[in-house]
Design a protein around this ligand. Sequence first.
Ligand SMILES: [Zn+2]
Length: 157
Amino acid sequence: MNSDFSFMKTGFTQQNDNKDEITNMLSILNIFMEDAIRLSEIYTLHSNRKIISKEDIQNALKVRTFWGDNFWNLPNVQQRLIDTKAEIIQEMEMENENEMENEMENEMENEMEETYTKSQCNCEICTYMNNINSNWITWNPSDQINKILKNSIDKNT
Ligand SMILES: [Zn+2]
């Protein structure tokens, strides 16, 4: 799997042997991925393109990580974490992890063909996306999860 997200999963699990903490981090990662895909869908539409490019996803993941819960200040984010964690634990117990990864991988690869163009739209999401790389470069997160996320994204973009 050489998509944008597998490296993050590897980065997480390599740095921690505690199963519960790994599950927590995988849950957060899953939610970040979902949100990044949703963000890049919006951005792609606003750029008058039909297919999400790799750069859209990378920028969206940076936006989601950089802005954290301030950006997606959704009332159900805690519930999503609980649900996702339960799903991950179930998947682990059923040893279906590889299947889940493959499904995600196929979905991602189908969306990676189009070239990236910058959106000229001025909405909040496009503004976040267009400015993310200058914010990202100077960002120096202090908490552990964001540190891991940022290092992983930096190594792979
Ligand atoms: Zn827009």
